[in-house]
Design a protein around this ligand. Sequence first.
Ligand SMILES: [Zn+2]
Length: 298
Amino acid sequence: MANTSDPSLLLQQLFRDDLNQKFKALIETKHLYQRVKLETDRSQVPHDKNSLWAESGVLDRFDAYISRPFQLLRSDEDVDVNARQPFIVLRNMKLFCPSCKCREAFAEIYHQDITRSHNPFAEVTVKLQAPLSDSLQIFCIAYQCQICKGDPITFIIRRTKTHLSIDGRSPIEGIAVAKYIPEEERGYMEASILSHQCGMTLAAILYLRVFIEQFARRVTRLEGRTTGDELLDAYSALLVETHRAAMPSLKSCYDRLSVAIHGGVDDLEMYQDVSNLVNKHFDLRRALGTTLPVGPKS
Ligand SMILES: [Zn+2]
């Protein structure tokens, strides 16, 4: 529980709790070059205390606290709530294990902050013309699957003030394409997911649209200069009406992706939504037993 008798400690604890939750979300759910923002909004502080705390220097002390280098700790046993700097406890993470082929618990086996002078890479900072900012840190952290104890997954995490991002990962994240995605167009779906995981959303959008178009072209057997709209109308006409009503519309998905491509818009939220709808469409195809191919030979 927070020590409410000391407002500085209360603010620090709120920040640390958020920091550790966001760090877990970053490792478990984010991809390369994606990031999380740490919460420093003072609205969580009761308003009547806000001005009082500002006058007594509480907020200045909090700003100083969150500007110091973050410390990495191996376990909760190393926690010192009175420490002068924020810390991240390197608890187990749920990650996809390439050997076990499922999400398993991974434990930290190695960590290093390569920007701090108290580490074996100290000569890196000594060579610099000026000291690095306290708010820039680059962590190297390795995790190992606790089931197979296989090769570790290693992350490079950058901290810039109140942002944390995944700036590197070895090995590259596995691409999990569902079995209901047709074999013939699977490569486009894999390219879309890989682009998304590397932070190239517009490329991911383009590959997903190519996936839909190539699938529709194959099953409708329409060739030549047929437009995407014509292809997807033809595909829709091939579906049994009850199936069509139950499935998300591929034409609608195609249209939304096209808008982003024509506008050059890196729309991550739209991509994730459309990606889910496309997957649902193919999952329902499998569940409803929709057979392929269904189009007349042109
Ligand atoms: Zn494993």
